[in-house]
Design a protein around this ligand. Sequence first.
Ligand code: SAH
Ligand code: SF4
Length: 345
Amino acid sequence: MIFEKVKEFVKTKGVPLYRIAQIRQAVYEKGISDWDEATNLPADLRQALKKEVKLLSFDVVKVEHSKRDIVYKALFKLNDGNKIESVLMKPGKTWSVCVSSQAGCPLGCAFCATGKLGFKRHLTDEEISDQVLFWYQFLRKNNLGERVSNIVFMGMGEPLLNYVNVVKAIENLSCTDYLNIGQRHISVSTSGIADKFYNLAQDLPQVNLALSLHNADNEERTRLMPINRKYDLDTLKEKLEEYIARTGREVFIEYTVIEGENNSPAHVRKLGKWINSIKDNYLLHVNLIACNEAVGKAVATHESSVKKFAAALKAMNINVSIRKSLGSDISAACGQLAAKEGKRK
Ligand code: SAH
Ligand code: SF4
């Protein structure tokens, strides 16, 4: 729900304006999942809201819970029947939400289940921010905690191809009157739509940028990520330098380690060389992720390979950490979101 709709409703129905603050409190402080729970409002107003303003812009088809990790995955059905997924996880002490920005994805990376689906459509700003609102309601309803602390755009789709709606959704989510999630706690992950980096630096300089690199050799990267034909390693380097010069912020380089594909000593050397060639590269931080089983080139990669890769990068003076992959038992980990209703293979 976009709160503007409530304001509009109040004004057109001649409801006293002080109700706006009460409705805001019910939605964003109490975290109601149904207008009936807004007991601070009179019954007739609750009824009217129920008829005219939907709390969520999609239907919740199901929520799954990982048996191994603190991870939940939800499947949503959009108004036009398209389906998307979103993930709630607790990697440490706080809750993070992984949101989708598109139904499907047009970029077809060789290791990603979302890419395999092809592109259905862009999500609206409301469909993006409602994913977080849903998880906030979920946390409240299940007494799991107070709030969502972090948001990562690592679900389905390429956020920088849906730039305007992603920016609007982030502005909405970080608004102090609503969910109040600080922009420094929001990360946008991109396969490298480099001509949008500078826009992001201007529009949302506090938001974290994560670049999915996965290979520092142009030919090999193109095979893994066809978008590299349009934005190759030289372009990425140039646009990253501009981004860093403008924001002075740390940038995360995501590297999914795929056994036998991008984890040889030569791959480490190329990656290290590329990073060290970038101006102000002390602001670059490599996040290594063990590849999750998904499609095509994605083979489950053992942690020992990732550790070896990390040690070799460290030896080249590069900031590096290993990101733990969560929720693969319910296909909720990176690259596994396919918004299927039935059982997976
Ligand atoms: N389209 C954006 C964001 C969504 S994908 C992007 O590509 O960055 C989120 C992350 O999951 C990306 O870093 C992506 O490369 C990674 N990913 C995709 N498939 C994966 C797999 N099978 N195992 C591990 N990570 C994967
Ligand atoms: Fe799209 Fe990202 Fe998957 Fe590539 S990794 S297909 S850009 S969602």
